[in-house]
Design a protein around this ligand. Structure first.
Ligand code: C5P
Length: 304
């Protein structure tokens, strides 16, 4: 992975950074209830993985984005561009950026790819524009972009409470995972819109997961996987049941949906076994990845 460089404090023109922005899985996700502000109260254990997008940020006068992905909007709806606009406004800077986004993480997949890209833009522009803001101040902008964005400013392994944005780092253990994605996006808001009180739980499963991670036992982690949004997502995508069953049939110790789906992931005994499971599952209609968890930052950068 790339190291953090020390850049000159006074930024010049035409400076450029390249960044990697990792996705995440939710090892546990519990919906505790509905809040007065319309969001849901969560207890979720989030873990960065080594499936990552690549971004290049280049100092410019305007805000502009180009992307390799036809599924990502290249206009003002793009979360990475919105991040740049929000930081420009909050920091009252008179500068722009050209973002080049090489998309590797599936879009609207429950893996937080768009949120990680947004966090990468905040961290990158903090350097490029010479702002020197602490992470806590960047987090105030991050949360206006989406509840997952603050997590990606640090990454690693964390318990998220509130709307998912209140973070407590937790100790973990390296894991090898297999991701399976059906190749079609799923709207987060649509999944949350199907949540009923029968799907609420009390936070005990997130606690069980943190204990399993502390015990550093992949078998215990696999047995503790839980996602309270699965029933809601399966209402929209019944094939999630088949994807989860296929992971277990191919040798995964356990499997669950990530975030609001539709990606499903399984825990393997080792990275070698994750690759074997991936090979067994690879079929034309599903995207499959063998990945490792990442304990360090979700966003890494270097001057280019
Ligand atoms: O935070 P983000 O913008 O990604 O959330 C997308 C949608 O998911 C929200 O507009 C809301 O409908 C739903 N959501 C929720 N409770 C949360 C997080 C998201 O209901 N804790």
């Amino acid at each position: 992975m790339l190291a953090f460089p020390v850049l000159p404090t006074r930024p010049g023109r035409h400076r450029r950074l390249t960044l990697t922005a990792s996705g995440k899985v939710n090892l546990a996700l519990e919906v505790l209830g509905k809040r007065a502000d319309g969001y849901h109260e969560l207890a979720t254990v989030m873990q960065t993985i080594d499936l990552a997008d690549r971004l290049t940020l280049e100092d410019a006068d305007e805000l502009a984005l180009t992307t390799t992905s036809a599924e990502v909007p290249a206009n003002a709806d793009n979360l990475a561009l919105r991040a740049a606009g929000a930081l420009r406004e909050a920091a009252k800077v008179d500068r722009g950026v050209r973002v080049r986004l090489d998309k590797r993480i599936p879009v609207a997949a429950g893996l937080g790819g768009g949120s990680s890209d947004a966090a990468a833009v905040l961290l990158g522009l903090n350097r490029l524009w010479g702002l020197r803001w602490p992470l806590a101040r960047l987090a105030e902008v991050a949360v206006t972009l989406g509840m997952d964005v603050p997590f990606f400013l640090r990454g690693g392994l964390a318990l998220g409470t509130g709307r998912g944005e209140r973070l407590t780092p937790i100790p973990g253990t390296p894991l090898a995972l297999v991701l399976v994605n059906p190749g079609e996006p799923l709207s987060t808001a649509a999944v949350y819109g199907r949540v009923t009180p029968a799907m609420y739980s009390d936070g005990g499963r997130a606690r069980t997961m943190t204990e399993a991670l502390r015990a550093r036992k992949p078998t215990r982690v696999a047995a503790s996987l839980y996602n309270g949004l699965e029933a809601a997502a399966m209402g929209v995508r019944p094939d999630l049941v088949r994807m989860r069953a296929a992971l277990v049939a191919a040798g995964a110790l356990g499997a669950a949906m990530s975030g609001s789906g539709p990606t499903v992931f399984g825990v393997a005994r080792s990275f070698e076994q994750a690759r074997q499971i991936r090979a067994r599952l690879a079929r034309a209609s599903w995207g499959c990845w063998a990945v490792r968890t990442v304990s360090g930052p979700a966003v890494r950068m270097r001057a280019a």
